[in-house]
Design a protein around this ligand. Structure first.
Ligand SMILES: Cc1cc2nc3c(=O)[nH]c(=O)nc-3n(C[C@H](O)[C@H](O)[C@H](O)COP(=O)(O)O)c2cc1C
Length: 296
């Protein structure tokens, strides 16, 4: 598949990474400039940053399931200032447009992040990760259409950059949340984030993960993600970025056929750091044989 446009930004193809699933700075250290020459994705999405630095959750942080994994990483990051000073200059060297993922515990925090990050020329788009509790209301922002609308309305005037709202699958009606985001000014939606899950220590019966519960990702969630992408795509006119268990070009083609304009690869990157490029190549092969779903 050749060039794609997402929110007015030209991409060479439709394969992004899922936020937090590819440490591009570590990969560059390991693979050097070869990583840039054969970059796995058509746009790069940063891991989610918060206003203040975060240590993340106590270990253990991962549990492997039969067809995926549960993570309870807890968004460790350097905070806004650390990101702008330390990571952004390195991310700006990537050969593809940069999407920065931000999360706030209040709407004001989210707006401050969006405003500061959105001012930077190196940043092509923002992704709002709304899968976190609003400490003012106790509600998960992205689980509720009205909360989501308030968050997007608060952020919208503070940046001219395209806003992608990343939806959580842990919502009663993701289509209604997507429609609320669109109405409030989102330029695109992406989905799915991880599904809430838990694992027990087989010896003690206590929760295995330091964060007690975590997020399930990988092949185990693909059928759920595909259904949610189809449901959301039928409710909104803005582009949809589909993800959840994508591990092959055929999976990517399914998400495009379900109505996504682009796809993102997450957990598969841990198994195969070159998965993005492989999936893009497989998808292009399917396009030639007429089985790549809708073109973006
Ligand atoms: C280890 C790990 C870390 C993640 N970190 C983030 C994050 O920082 N921000 C975010 O929006 N999503 C995060 N995600 C969710 C992924 O971006 C993606 O939405 C989800 O894993 C579903 O796609 P997949 O099944 O292909 O992994 C993370 C997922 C994993 C497995």
């Amino acid at each position: 598949m050749s060039g794609v446009e997402l929110c007015g930004v030209a991409l060479r193809g439709p394969v992004l990474n899922g936020s937090g699933t590819f440490d591009v700075i570590a990969a560059r250290r390991a693979f050097g400039d070869a990583l840039l020459e054969r970059f796995p994705f058509d746009a790069f999405v940063s891991k989610t940053i918060t206003l203040e630095p975060r240590e993340g959750n106590p270990p253990p942080r991962l549990w492997e399931t039969a067809a995926g994994m549960i993570n309870s990483i807890g968004l460790p990051n350097k905070g806004l200032d650390g990101f702008l000073a330390g990571d952004l200059p390195q991310l700006a060297e990537l050969p593809v447009p940069l999407v920065v993922s931000v999360m706030g515990f209040t709407r004001d925090e989210l707006a401050r992040l969006a405003s500061a990050v959105g001012q930077r020329d190196e940043v092509a788009m923002l992704e709002l990760n709304v899968s976190c509790p609003n400490v003012e209301t106790g509600l998960i922002m992205g689980a509720d259409p009205a909360e989501t609308a308030l968050a997007v309305e608060r952020v919208r005037p503070d940046t001219a950059k395209p806003l992608i709202v990343k939806l959580t699958p842990n919502a009663t009606d993701p289509g209604a949340v997507a429609a609320a985001a669109e109405e409030a000014g989102a330029d695109a939606v992406s989905l799915v984030n991880t599904l809430k899950g838990m694992a027990l220590n087989p010896e003690t019966g206590e929760p295995w993960l330091g964060g007690l519960t975590g997020g399930l990702s990988g092949p185990a969630i693909r059928a759920i993600a595909l259904e949610q992408v189809a449901a959301v795509a039928s409710r909104v006119d803005i582009p949809v970025v589909g993800m959840g268990g994508i591990a092959s070009g055929r999976h990517a083609a399914d998400f495009l056929a379900a109505g996504a304009s682009a796809v993102a690869v997450g957990t598969e990157n841990f198994r195969d750091p070159a998965a993005g490029r492989r999936i893009a190549t497989e998808l292009a092969g399917l396009s030639l044989s007429g089985r790549a779903g809708a073109t973006a």
